[in-house]
Write a new protein. Sequence first.
Length: 199
Amino acid sequence: MTPKQQRGEATVELLLDAALRVYAVEGEQGLTVNAVTKASGVSLGSLYHHFGSLDGLLNALLMRWLERLLGEMLTALEHSRTARTGIRALVRAYVGFIQEHRAVGMLLHSSRADRLTMTQGKMLRDAQEARLTPLTAWLRTHVERGEVAPLPEPVLESLILGPVIGASRRWLTMGDIDLDEAARILPDRIWRSISADQE
């Protein structure tokens, strides 16, 4: 990597880190181009050069942290021998990540992230699906073994991730749910919804 590329990469990191700091302190309304450039010490021109817009910066920040979250979830799955223990590990990994990175959780579950998803849905979906491929492969393996019901993959992913995302969003926004308790309850409930053995 050339020195110019290294400087460019360092600038990108400064802007992404500053954007998250601004979001953590000021919330969605405070996340402006001026606030990010002030917090990072990076010029307005550099922000636009690297990201094109505030939405471009936010999109990169969302994808950075989504990738980290999915990486932790997939690591949890890799260390699980059965589908049922995998679900438990995945739920704990998601909840633990959100508890450890509250500001990131707020951003990933924010209305701004929802709006970006709506306006740039196909691009985000394609990027997310590329990262979800190992989860899909893990699910297929357990469907083939007869542990997981042979449902459409998007339905399985929704049954697994939907309750965890919903509980996390409620904890972040309403604060009226005990996320540790949810992490104990949800795995068995999710397992019942996807298990091939529906007694």
